[in-house]
Design a protein around this ligand. Structure first.
Ligand code: ASP
Ligand code: MG
Length: 412
């Protein structure tokens, strides 16, 4: 017998027909002798619809009332789901976040879960019921309803699995798992069977289509095995687990890209202590996040500094830096919005060298120039011109044979 949390997203419960289908599936699973907690999202489009109502009335809606409003979407689906289970002859009970209680802080519209009381859930499970819980919501110490931020139902599911010490948390959605790269770009993209939490976090842009990536950090912290899979098929999806639980760690697990960043270069800044701090302080004060940073070593007393920011922050960052450049006597501030960051990710890199040089060779063979490089223990990222994104992704996917079932890393 297993204790499993199963979470179904908005498209999986988007109509009463779909809710009935989910109820049949969950009931069958329970009848095999398992205990099941079902976390549901609102019907697809519902949270947007409610947000629209609020904005018709208040340009910037009151955050407490916004939570009161948005949390209703999930109340609808859990009630209908419980009815569908009962109609099928089994027993279920629906619970809101405050009934459970899922306690959060009071940061309305982006609250964080502090703790979960599992007693009521346990009581209903022991009575043989399927317990269905509204995703995305909680309650403050004072009894005010909160929501966890868009996409927050995945976090509800993982937090419940952690609190209940469940055997696994299954995230059901409309795609069948995490792929080695974006299948829209590369037809050879293959579904990954097992991947570590850290790889999943690095492959966020691929994973984002399947689950809210914030929930992966939580799963890692509490060591909750995650299974992301399709509502519309019985096939296994992708398991996200501890690194030790993966028998053969792959040299490279996936190739990902990010077109949301822009590059900025400040030329000929004095090469002396305090300059970097002067450059980045106004940037961070403006709430602008910096990703990659490169500083060159030069033989004169001047150096160049290059870094990336979110594309949406590009204009503001350039403006701020022009002021700083005058102050510190830099030669110029320039940049490029049309870049892409391409990354290869794999835990096998930890004890294997040569991934970066292979990556450089492949890009060179395609005539793609690298503007920046950064590495971590399990990732190599290159900044290239945006127009080469698709070409680079396909070439790297081929070079690391990601379409093949198995290319485990050999220990060196
Ligand atoms: N219904 C919420 C949203 O659309 C929460 C979720 O689906 O995870 O963002
Ligand atoms: Mg979602």
């Amino acid at each position: 017998m297993a204790l499993i949390v199963q979470k179904f997203g908005g498209t999986s419960v988007g109509s009463t027909e779909k809710i009935k289908a989910v109820a049949r599936r969950v009931t069958a699973y329970q009848q095999q002798g398992n205990q099941v907690i079902v976390v549901l999202s609102a019907m697809s489009g519902e949270t947007d619809r409610l947000t629209g109502f609020a904005q018709d009335i208040q340009e910037i809606p009151n955050r407490r009332e916004m939570d009161m409003l948005l949390s209703t979407g999930e109340q609808v689906t859990i009630a209908l789901f419980a009815m569908a289970v009962k109609e099928g002859g089994s027993d279920a009970v629906s619970l809101l976040g405050d009934q459970v209680a899922i306690r959060t802080d009071d940061m309305h519209t982006r609250a964080r879960i502090k703790n979960i009381d599992t007693r009521l859930i346990q009581k209903h499970l022991d009575a043989g019921k399927i317990v269905t819980i509204a995703g995305f919501q909680g309650v403050t110490e004072e009894g005010d309803i909160t929501t966890l931020g868009r996409g927050g139902s995945d976090t509800t599911a993982v937090a419940l699995a952690a609190a209940l010490k469940a055997d696994a948390c299954e995230i059901f959605t409309d795609v069948d798992g995490v792929y080695t790269t974006d299948p829209n770009i590369c037809t050879k993209a293959r579904k990954i069977d097992r991947i570590s939490y850290d790889e999943m976090l690095e492959l966020a842009s691929l994973g984002a289509k399947v689950l809210d990536i914030r929930s992966v950090g939580l799963a890692k912290r509490y060591n909750v095995p995650l299974h992301v899979r399709s509502t519309f098929s019985e096939n296994e999806g992708t398991w996200v687990v501890e690194e030790d639980k993966i028998m053969e760690s792959m040299l490279v697990s996936g190739v990902t890209y990010n077109k949301n960043e822009a590059r900025i270069t400040i030329k000929h800044v004095p090469d002396q202590p305090g300059i970097a701090a002067k450059i980045f302080l106004p940037i961070s004060d403006a709430g602008i996040m910096v990703d990659m940073i490169i500083q060159n070593t030069r033989d004169s007393h001047l150096t160049d500094m290059t870094f990336t920011v979110m594309r949406s922050d590009y204009a503001r960052a350039i403006e701020l830096l022009k002021e700083v450049a005058d102050e510190i006597g830099a030669e110029s501030v320039s940049g490029d919005k049309n870049i892409a960051k391409i990354s290869v990710v794999g835990v096998g890199m930890r004890n294997h060298s040569g991934i970066a040089s292979t990556m450089f060779q492949i890009l060179a063979k395609e005539g793609i120039n690298m503007e920046m490089v950064s590495t971590s223990e399990i990732k190599v990222s290159c900044v290239i011109a945006e127009k080469y994104t698709e070409l680079a992704v396909r070439a790297l996917h081929d070079a690391f044979a990601l379409d093949k079932e198995n290319m485990p890393a050999e220990e060196e």
